[in-house]
Design a protein around this ligand. Structure first.
Ligand SMILES: Cc1cc2nc3c(=O)[nH]c(=O)nc-3n(C[C@H](O)[C@H](O)[C@H](O)COP(=O)(O)O)c2cc1C
Length: 193
C-alpha cells in the first residue's frame, strides 16, 4: 500500500467513482464545531483535490461558514458503498481564493447558480413566492449570459492532519489504517477493527 495518504485517498476515490451507481457519489459529511460547541454536520460534495488539499464549496455566510470562521478545525467523512470503505479526515479549513471560487462557480449548473444568487442560505423564508419570482427574473434577465458568483459563495480548502482508511472484510476483521501528520511527516499505524 502507498505511504502517502492523499495518494491512497485518490486511488480509493477513483476506484469507487468507477463502479458506483449512487446519484451524488462525491457526497461526504462535513462536520464543524458549532458556535455553541455542539458538533454540527451536513453532507456536501467533494469538488476536487488541489495541492493535497480537499475542496468543498457552498455558501460561506450560512451556518457552516460562520462555524468555520470561528473554528477552522473540521472533519470530512466518506462512506463508499460499492467498495465498502470509509475514510475519516480531520483537518484545517481555509477559504479558497476568489479566482478558485469563480472557477468552481462557473462549473455549477445554471439552476444551482441562480439559487445561489437569490437564496440567502439558512435564513428563514418569509415568502417562497418572492424567491420564485426572483429566480424567474434572473433567469429571464441573464438569458445566454454568464452569471457572476455572489460574494457569499465560495469554498474551503481542507488540509488534512489525520486520515483513517477503513475497509470492510467479510470476516469482520476490518482493515484500519491511521495516518497522522507529525512534524510534517505522515506516520502510519494499523488499528484493531
Ligand atoms: C448529497 C448532498 C450534497 C450536498 N452538497 C452540498 C455542497 O456541495 N455544498 C453545500 O453548501 N451544500 C450541500 N448540500 C446541502 C448541505 O447539506 C446543507 O444543507 C447546506 O450546505 C447548508 O448547511 P449550513 O446551514 O450548515 O451552512 C448537500 C446536501 C446533500 C444531501
Amino acid at each position: 500500500m502507498e505511504t502517502n495518504p492523499i495518494e491512497i485517498f485518490r486511488e480509493w476515490f477513483t476506484q469507487e467513482m468507477n463502479v458506483t451507481k449512487v446519484v451524488i457519489p462525491t457526497a461526504c459529511c462535513l462536520s464543524t464545531i458549532g458556535i455553541d460547541n455542539y458538533p454540527n454536520a451536513r453532507f456536501v460534495s467533494l469538488k476536487g483535490i488541489e495541492s493535497n488539499n480537499l475542496i468543498v464549496t457552498g455558501t460561506t455566510s450560512s451556518r457552516k461558514g460562520l462555524e468555520i470562521n470561528q473554528t477552522n478545525k473540521i472533519a470530512l467523512t466518506f462512506w463508499w458503498t460499492k467498495t465498502e470503505r470509509q475514510v475519516r479526515i480531520q483537518g484545517d479549513a481555509t477559504q479558497i481564493s476568489n479566482e478558485l471560487a469563480d472557477k468552481y462557480f462557473a462549473e455549477r449548473n445554471r439552476d444551482s447558480q441562480i439559487v445561489s444568487i437569490i437564496s440567502n442560505q439558512g435564513k428563514k423564508i418569509k415568502d417562497i413566492e418572492t424567491l420564485n419570482k426572483r429566480y424567474n427574473e434572473i433567469e429571464a434577465t441573464f438569458i445566454n449570459q454568464n452569471l457572476t458568483r455572489p460574494e457569499n459563495w465560495g469554498g474551503y480548502s481542507i488540509e488534512p492532519i489525520r486520515i483513517e482508511f477503513l475497509e470492510f472484510k467479510p470476516n469482520r476483521f476490518h482493515n484500519r489504517q491511521l495516518f497522522q501528520l507529525i512534524k510534517g511527516l505522515w506516520t502510519k499505524s494499523e488499528l484493531q477493527p
